[in-house]
Design a protein around this ligand. Structure first.
Ligand code: SF4
Ligand code: SF4
Length: 427
């Protein structure tokens, strides 16, 4: 875990001389009114941008409008979403790089970082935004977003890698790729620390859950404002509260796994492990949080987990849709144990589907007009008897000792007077 660094305004030196009046404030000295978010894209499909715009808790609009109590307004500089274009759009990026912004900023990087030296050999580039002058060149050349990232990261309050391409390299860095693609963390190196003293913050997923991103940004902003602790990150820089559990533990199909019932093809409602689900060994919260607005998520939509949030993705999860090797032992163990467990549970389920009244008054007959419900008989009756014994063992069984016999005839034995005729009243 990363421990909280001292905020720039923290009073760590009791003997320090008081700042002279009118001295310029450190850009990170909170509370602040605005924070800039600079969005850079490398080898990306823009899926992370789309995921972020779908967030609801909080939404991007909430952050941009500054409507969250205590948080500064976020000014987003995004190559697709910003209204500004050309020089007007690029200038704030350059100001941030030069340390000339009068407000703190975070850099958000989407997509993996390709080795620009490879492209440069043939006179090209992989991912760039705007131009810059370089030595020995007559004209300005495209400014790679990776170089921008390195230069801006020194002054940034935080660098946030969004999506698996930025966090771990993702699909563009799969074995055999021609670009030597890598993650932001690999690119900036182990020693990187932001102006707030933070290593790269990683929010993986292909695409990530939008709320995971906005919630983490909000947590960092609360810290920046001095209104909250630094959110807890794990040793890989993931928000610890979002990525500590496996997919499997929150999966809506986990009950099927436990009872050893497995889908044979896509579209089946049961556990998907035998059609390629890696959920038991993958850190991801999409099934418990939902993809958007607490709806959807891979298993809810019928898709097995292919481990897209993980540093080993995609190589360690390929070929997709093949049964993961590790599941042979665990799913067969579930199948064996589940065989007996399912039968015992179906007996208890039948017991729970009976009103106690049906048992005592109707001798097990279910007065349903919808269909015939079989009375428990033979083994079931014996099992229910012992189940009830165990249920109340050591406690008092509430009023069901059968000493008082009720019937179904609950109408009082009274004769109602005949209704009076209107004419009778008049007379
Ligand atoms: S579908 Fe995957 S995550 Fe869900 S219960 Fe099965 S193995 Fe676990
Ligand atoms: S459940 Fe698996 S495939 Fe789906 S988002 Fe999470 S890690 Fe990716």
């Amino acid at each position: 875990m990363v421990t909280a660094p001292a905020r720039p305004d923290a009073d760590t030196d009791q003997d320090a001389a008081p700042e002279p009046e009118g001295a310029p404030r450190h850009p990170l000295e909170g509370p602040v009114d605005t924070v800039h978010a600079f969005w850079l894209a490398g080898m990306s499909c823009d899926g992370c941008s789309i995921a972020a715009t779908g967030a609801t808790n909080p939404s991007v609009e909430d952050l941009l409008n500054g409507t969250i109590s205590g948080l500064p307004r976020v000014i987003l500089h995004h190559p697709v979403l910003s209204l500004a274009a050309g020089e007007e759009f690029i200038e704030p990026f350059d100001q941030a790089e030069r340390g000339e912004l009068d407000a703190p900023f975070v850099v958000v990087y989407e997509g993996s970082i390709a080795d620009e030296r490879i492209a440069w050999e043939s006179g090209g580039y992989w991912s760039a935004m705007g131009n810059h002058a370089i030595e020995d060149a007559e004209h300005e050349v495209p400014y790679p977003t990776s170089t921008r990232l390195r230069n801006m990261s020194k002054n940034a309050a935080a660098v946030v890698a969004i999506g698996t391409c930025a966090t771990w390299g993702g699909v563009p860095s799969a074995i055999g790729n021609p670009t030597n693609a890598m993650s932001v963390m690999d690119y900036l190196g182990e020693g990187y620390r932001s102006a707030l003293g933070l290593p790269v913050i990683n929010i993986p997923g292909c695409a990530p859950v939008g709320d995971n991103f906005t919630e983490t940004i909000a947590g960092i902003l609360y810290f920046l404002q001095g209104l909250g602790p630094l959110p807890e990150f794990d040793e890989l820089g993931r928000p610890a509260w979002l990525f500590s559990e496996t997919v499997h533990r929150g999966c809506t199909r986990a009950g099927y796994y436990e009872e050893g019932v497995f889908a044979e093809c896509y579209g089946d409602p049961e556990c998907l492990v035998e059609v390629g689900c890696w959920g038991p060994v993958v850190n991801c919260n999409i099934v418990s949080r939902g993809a958007q607005s607490h709806m959807g998520g891979c298993m809810a939509a019928g898709g097995p987990c292919i481990g897209c949030t993980m540093p080993g993705f995609p190589d360690r999860f390929a070929p997709f849709y093949k049964t993961p090797p590790g599941s042979a032992l665990s799913s067969n163990a579930s199948r064996t144990l589940g065989f007996g467990m399912r039968r015992l549970r179906s007996l208890t389920n039948k017991y729970a589907n009976q009103e106690t009244r049906w048992e005592t008054v109707d001798h097990g007959n279910v007065p349903s007009g919808w269909g015939k419900v079989d009375k428990p008989a033979g083994v079931e009756k014996v099992m229910h008897f012992f189940y009830e014994k165990m249920q109340f063992q050591g406690s008092r069984k509430p009023g069901r000792d059968g000493s008082r016999k009720w019937g179904t005839d609950v109408e009082p034995n009274r004769t109602r007077p005949a209704p009076k005729h209107e004419d009778d009243t008049e007379r």
